[in-house]
Each structure stands twice: as structure tokens, then as C-alpha cells.
Write a protein that binds this ligand. Structure first.
Ligand code: PHE
Length: 444
């Protein structure tokens, strides 16, 4: 998808491409530990509400801006509203934020790669929960292992972007995403039958709203944006490839449903195992690496070979899902360096590898830097950028232009009827809600 004239061929292609960017570590690694840190079922309810009420309009907005301008994140807004440097600045932030995210995203990609290699050696078969937990703590506290894995993961992803061999990885991800889906369902069955798993199920389905506060809402909204790749210009860029005939509302809703389902399934696969293994649900970013191998170890009690094979395929699928997301994060930077500084694809990749790789090493060795960067990007910057995008569509773009995109110039009768509701969400509900959440949590 590099040429500007290229368009997605069909609705399924649009939804699959967007779901491919959306489904990644955000669903499998980040969602379960966010649920664990922020109150279980009550967080899930907030997350569902955030997706329906706010992420969906933001999604529609980003596709609208992308399709209208036919430009990537950096120049889309200044193309639609030339001569105002503020929108160029917003575009620049929409390039910087994904690169910051990429730096620590690859650290988790590196952990997944590490666990993939361990799966090759059937390491998790018949391990006790405490042995499983110690594998992760030893690995993540080692000074060299996570760094080597992180650089390898980032190196492979950057190499792919540099050579533009996207066809291969895209074909591969078409197999790996359904495989991951299937495996997660298999794992749910194993996970819920572990002794002590029922506590985990209760934790996921019985909301305790006394746990909800402004901070929970900010985290739920941040998670929803992160998971749907919103608030960083990625969907604007994808939107520029969406065909004129395509129904933006249906594509947005389809992608959101895919993404939500994936995250919730991952929660159901992981949380019962967390409780069964006696791990603290708020254990943080290492949660899936401490709990998932316990599912494999219990599978291994009956047939070790199957357990080793399932764990290998599972981590391979995670590495591939993470890599396809990582590739689209790097691509944002490469496109920007090419457009703005005329830098070749290879040179851009080298530069980004050095910058993101260096920052990633710091994140890998300093958990506090990792946490702060994730917090700053996901809970502050994604919200700030999403706010800018909806304000741009609601107040800077002409209402008629937005209507033309959302209703395909009147060709989609349902969207014509829904337009006023969607527009009201874009122009008023989304900016006000995002601003209130941002200001009450992070500015006051
Ligand atoms: N949405 C991806 C995930 O859930 C992360 C991502 C964001 C990927 C933006 C690409 C662009 O893992």
C-alpha cells in the first residue's frame, strides 16, 4: 500500500486491513493487564462504552479526513485547510507519537520473541506456576536478554519495511490472525478448567463500580484508542486508501467489533489462568508472560508434544501480529521522512532503527521509563490527538464535506438518516468528553 493511487479492493479488504493494524499486542498483552490493574469487569464496561460512544466517532473522523485529503497523517489536515501551521504541528505530533509507541512496543515484541524461542525448546511443559513466573522475572531483569530480543524484533520489522516485502508478511498475517483467534478459543477452554479459575471468571463478569473513577475512564478510553490504532494518524493514512464507494460507518463498526471481540477473548483466556496460578491481576505489563505459559504447562501434563506445539504457534502468532502492527508504526515515520526530507526508504529505516531502538533499550532496562512513556502516549497524547482530529472535522471542515464522506454523497440511506447523530457525536460529544477526561485527570 505505498502508491497514493492504490485503493482497498472491497469492504472485506478494508475491514481486514484495518483490523490487521488494530489487532496486535494492544489486545493480547495490554488489554488483560489494564483490566487487572483497573478493576476487572467494571473496566471492561467502561472500555465498551468508550468504544461505542467515543472511539467509533473518532474512527469515522479519521477515515473521513484520510479519504477526503488522500494524504497521510502528517499532511492530511494541512491539505484540507492550508496555510494554518497549527494543523501541520498536529500532523507532526501524529508522526512522533507512533514512533515513541514503537520504541516500547518492540520491547514487548522482543519478550514475545524470547518466549517463542523458549517454546521451541518446549520449556514450559510441566512447569509449576512459580517456575513459570520466575522465567519471566529472570528474563526481564537480565541486562542483555531483553535488549537483544528487542533489537532483533525491531531489526526484523525495520528490515521488512526497508525492503518493502509487505506482500509476504501480509499473506502470513492472514493466516496467523485467524490461527491466533482459534488458539485463544482453545486456550479459554483450558484456562477455565484450571483449578481456581472460577475466581478469574467472576472477576471478568461481575463489575464492581465502586472501583470506577475518573482515572479508570481515562485508562479505558486510552486503551480503546490504542487498540483501534486511533489518535495517531494511522487510520487517517489507511483512510486515504479507502475507496469512494466504501461505507465508512460499516467499516468502522466492523473493525471495532473484531477488535473488541479479540480483546475480550484474550481476557477470558488469560484472567482465569492468572487466578489459577495465584498471580496478582494488577501485576502489570508482564501479566500474560507470567500466566499464559501456565496454561501450556497444564496442557502438557497429558500430551507434552501438543502443549509445546500450541505454545509455539501461539507465540509465533503473537510475534507476527505484533510485527504487522510495528511495521505500520514504522511506515508512518518512513512516509514522513520521505515526504518532508526526501530521505530514501533505506536511510529512513536506518535512522528510525537507531532512534527507536535506542529509546527502546532505555525502556527495556528502566521499567519506570517504559511505564511513563506508555502512560504519556496512550493516556495523554492519543487523547490529545483524537481531540484535535474531531475538532478539525467538527469545526474546521465544512459540514457538507463531512456529510459527503459519511453518506457517500447520499448513496447510503442508513448513513443519511444517522448522519445528524454521528455528526453531533463528532462535533460535541467526543471533543467535550475527551477534554473533560483529559483535564480532570492530567491537567488539574
Ligand atoms: N492497535 C495496535 C495494537 O493493538 C497498536 C497500533 C497502533 C498499531 C497504531 C499500529 C498503529 O497492538
Amino acid at each position: 500500500m505505498s502508491g497514493k493511487k492504490e485503493r482497498f479492493g472491497s469492504r472485506t479488504a478494508v475491514i481486514m486491513a484495518m483490523a490487521g493494524s488494530a489487532i496486535g499486542l494492544g489486545n493480547i498483552w495490554r488489554f488483560p493487564y489494564m483490566v487487572g490493574e483497573h478493576g476487572g469487569a467494571a473496566f471492561i464496561v467502561m472500555y465498551l462504552l468508550a468504544t461505542l460512544l467515543l472511539s467509533l466517532p473518532v474512527f469515522i473522523t479519521e477515515v473521513t479526513i484520510g479519504r477526503r485529503s488522500r494524504k497521510g497523517a502528517f499532511s492530511a489536515m494541512s491539505e484540507l485547510h492550508p496555510g494554518h501551521s497549527i494543523w501541520e504541528f498536529v500532523g507532526l505530533l501524529a508522526v512522533i507519537v507512533p514512533l515513541l509507541i514503537n520504541s516500547y512496543y518492540c520491547v514487548i515484541g522482543g519478550w514475545s520473541l524470547d518466549f517463542l524461542l523458549r517454546s521451541c525448546a518446549a520449556s514450559f511443559v510441566r512447569m509449576s506456576p512459580s517456575e513459570v513466573t520466575s522465567v519471566f522475572s529472570q528474563m526481564s531483569s537480565s541486562r542483555w536478554e531483553p535488549v537483544v530480543m528487542h533489537l532483533s524484533f525491531m531489526g526484523i520489522s525495520t528490515f521488512i519495511v526497508a525492503h518493502g516485502v509487505k506482500a509476504g508478511i501480509e499473506k502470513f498475517s492472514k493466516i496467523s490472525i485467524p490461527a491466533l483467534f482459534f488458539l485463544i478459543i482453545v486456550m479459554i477452554f483450558y484456562s477455565v478448567t484450571l483449578p481456581g479459575a472460577s475466581e478469574g471468571l467472576k472477576y471478568l463478569v461481575k463489575p464492581d463500580f465502586s472501583q470506577v473513577n475518573g482515572e479508570t475512564m481515562a485508562y479505558a478510553l486510552g486503551q480503546s484508542f490504542y487498540s483501534l490504532s486511533l489518535g495517531m494518524g494511522a487510520i487517517i493514512t489507511y483512510g486515504s486508501y479507502v475507496h469512494k464507494e466504501e461505507d465508512i460507518v460499516v467499516s468502522g463498526a466492523g473493525t471495532a467489533v473484531f477488535d473488541l471481540t479479540f480483546a475480550i477473548l484474550a481476557g477470558f483466556a488469560i484472567m482465569p489462568a492468572v487466578f489459577a496460578a495465584g498471580i496478582e491481576p494488577g501485576a502489570g505489563p508482564g501479566l500474560i508472560f507470567q500466566s499464559v505459559p501456565y496454561i501450556f504447562s497444564s496442557m502438557g501434563e497429558e500430551v507434552p508434544v501438543i502443549s509445546a506445539a500450541v505454545s509455539f504457534i501461539f507465540f509465533l502468532a503473537i510475534v507476527v501480529a505484533a510485527m504487522t502492527s510495528c511495521i505500520s508504526l514504522i511506515e508512518v515515520g518512513v512516509t514522513f521522512l520521505g515526504e518532508k526530507f526526501n530521505l530514501s526508504r533505506k536511510k529512513s529505516c536506518c535512522l528510525l532503527f537507531v532512534l527507536c531502538g535506542g529509546l527502546g533499550i532505555v525502556c527495556s532496562l528502566q521499567p519506570s521509563v517504559f511505564d511513563s512513556l506508555d502512560w504519556f502516549c496512550s493516556n495523554v497524547m492519543l487523547l490529545v490527538l483524537a481531540f484535535c482530529f474531531v475538532v478539525f472535522a467538527g469545526f474546521v471542515m465544512k459540514k457538507e464535506d463531512v456529510r459527503e464522506e459519511i453518506t457517500n454523497a447520499g448513496a447510503k440511506p442508513l448513513n443519511v438518516r444517522l448522519f445528524n447523530v454521528i455528526y453531533f457525536q463528532i462535533k460535541w460529544i467526543a471533543p467535550i468528553a475527551i477534554a473533560v477526561i483529559l483535564v480532570t485527570n492530567f491537567i488539574l
